[in-house]
Design a protein around this ligand. Structure first.
Ligand SMILES: [Fe+2]
Length: 360
């Protein structure tokens, strides 16, 4: 069992990450938390920000009641702020925001207003994933990751198609026209930037009608919404962005069908089956097998979204395609080959690092 308490080494990890975020003495840094936040991370953030000389403010919100009977997981769309203008205004005035909400503000409805800032000020926001601090300690961003993610994003942006294949039979075609491309390297070092820790991935939100084919999830691939490794294969048939058939007789397939159906019934439409984002991991310190070392309550699984060479396929909300839903699956897979136009950026689950070396 891992104990959640302040350790000097973890203050160091938080200091290093906030230093990468360019936190300066005299800046106003707000730690946004909620009553269900992991307190040890809130305290570590406070101590590290104080050490860096920031003016530290903690905003602690009450975790709101759940609106429906289905647990919401891995959406990155915290509802903790509840649209409260006083909170939005306070955050917009900060230079730096350490986001310790349970789900994180990445896709929260209030985020655009917050990041717009006030006057000349544009906050930098780092979502600290709801992980045991040991996981954060292991995944402090490496020096080269920012450059590699930036180059990967550039490649995705300048490509028209992504193709994903695997020895198990995955054959997925993604039209990248009008896709919105994103990337995170584990710190937010520019005004107006949003990032998360652990980081290290490049991704795209495809426009409507751009994803077709078949995904074969093999044993050992991951369902992060359930925080579990698959024991049995699941085959997803995707037409016009949406999963139209889920093959598989094991518990893994049954549970996916059940969670999808719950959202379909609740929301009255099938947006939960459609593609949210596609991308690949670029963090060499993030581990595929990490969940074997932790109890479920110790991890949020963000590390597995970022392990180098994984193909990350996600279903759920996609603003670029005009779809909104609270049902979200993040499904990292191993051993895939990801081709951008005619160039493989990931070959058999291994990142083609030579493509991501900054040119002198
Ligand atoms: Fe996701």
């Amino acid at each position: 069992m891992l104990i959640e308490r302040i350790e000097h080494k973890w203050i160091e990890s938080f200091c290093e990450t906030f230093h990468q975020c360019q936190v300066q003495p005299g800046e106003t840094a707000i730690i946004l938390s909620e009553t269900q936040s992991r307190r040890v991370n809130v305290e570590l953030a406070r101590l590290a920000l104080e050490r860096l000389g920031a003016h530290v403010v903690e905003l602690n919100l009450t975790t709101p009641p759940i609106k429906n009977a289905i647990p919401v997981r891995s959406t990155g769309a915290s509802d903790a702020i509840q649209g409260l203008d006083a909170v939005i205004q306070a955050l917009a005035h900060a230079q730096f925001i350490a986001d310790c909400t349970v789900e994180g503000l990445l896709h929260a409805p209030e985020l655009p207003k917050i990041m717009k800032g006030v006057g000349e000020n544009r906050p930098r926001l780092l979502m600290i994933s709801n992980e045991h601090p040991e996981i954060l300690e292991r995944t402090v961003a490496a020096k080269g990751t920012e450059g590699q993610v930036r180059l990967a994003m550039k490649m995705v942006k300048s490509s028209r198609h992504m193709h994903v294949s695997s020895p198990h039979g995955t054959d997925l075609r993604i039209d990248l026209a009008q896709a919105v491309v994103g990337g995170v390297w584990g710190y937010a070092n520019k005004p107006g930037m949003v990032s998360h820790w652990p980081g290290g991935l490049a991704l795209a939100f495809p426009a409507a009608g751009c994803v077709n084919g078949r995904i074969v999830m093999a044993p050992g691939d991951v369902n992060l919404t359930f925080k579990s490794y698959l024991n049995t294969a699941v085959v997803l048939h995707i037409e016009n962005d949406s999963v139209v058939d889920i093959e598989g007789s094991g518990t893994d397939a049954q549970m996916m069908r059940s969670y999808w159906k719950a959202w379909e019934d609740l929301e009255g439409h099938r947006a939960c089956y459609a593609t949210s984002h596609v991308g690949f991991g670029l963090n060499p310190a993030a581990r595929w097998d990490a969940m074997a070392f932790y109890d479920k309550r110790d991890c949020n699984g963000t590390e597995l979204r970022a392990f180098a060479g994984n193909f990350l396929y996600s279903t759920g909300a996609n603003e670029v395609a005009g779809r909104h839903t609270l049902g979200h699956f993040d499904l990292p897979m191993r051993g895939c080959t990801i081709t951008l136009d005619s160039t493989a950026v990931v070959q058999g689950g291994e990142v083609c690092w030579d493509l991501l070396e900054p040119k002198p």
